[in-house]
Design a protein around this ligand. Sequence first.
Ligand code: CA
Length: 274
Amino acid sequence: MRPVHWAGKSVAKFCAIISAGLLLPAAPLMTACGTPSGSEHGPIEVLPADSGTDLALEFDGVNDYASLGTAGFPFARLPQTISFWVNVSDATGDQSLVTLNKDAASGVRVGLQNGVLSAHSVYSGDVFAQAANPLPLGEWHHVAYLYDGTDSAPHHTLYLDGMVTATGTALPNKRTPTSAFLGCDQSQARPFHGKLDELRVWSVARTADQIADEIAGEAPTQEPPDLVLYYPFNEIAGPRIVDHSGRENHGMLGDGASAYMPARVLSGVAQSRH
Ligand SMILES: [Ca+2]
């Protein structure tokens, strides 16, 4: 049998542990020879296997959320990019798509204000960049938020489907994110109603050409040290979402409580690429 590798690590030892009955995966949600997580000295966990199907997360607009790992995330005033696909079901109200924050003291939230895409400060509410028009409902669109400024010349850019849709010059807060959320903010407020897929966080400002490659499905799945998180959201089941960037920033759906877990649904992003 061909050896199974992930992030350059053989999982043979892992499977041996399972075979010995020392670790019981929660079948059928986990596979016996799935993805290892944790350091040599830390806890060992079996992460869910890839389903082999392009799936997305669907948030119910009530209380669904996911919490993310943040290892290697950039300081708020250093270059960075947050990119993902979004499909909005209901544009009403203030909705949080992706939030990177240090408590309530610092951070950026990419969200929707009555369907209008915006990026703003978690702490002050300052608008970093805001589109002019609401996103159409029920369609997949690619979003990229970039910070490529300096303290003396702050600069934010929002891309929609590879085109610049807004820019701004507000100064970001100055803390490194220690938590990150999808679909709600850290208070489980601003619930998003719709679908997300292919989330990436980069510690660099990506170029327009690189964003176009990502839309076309040609972005790298690992690019250390710049790519610090990549979720395809294609896990077969269970509360965990697997980071493919190599940083092991694996996430958790609804803290494992089924009422707060977004659903896994067929994606449809492939039909929206260009
Ligand atoms: Ca997917």
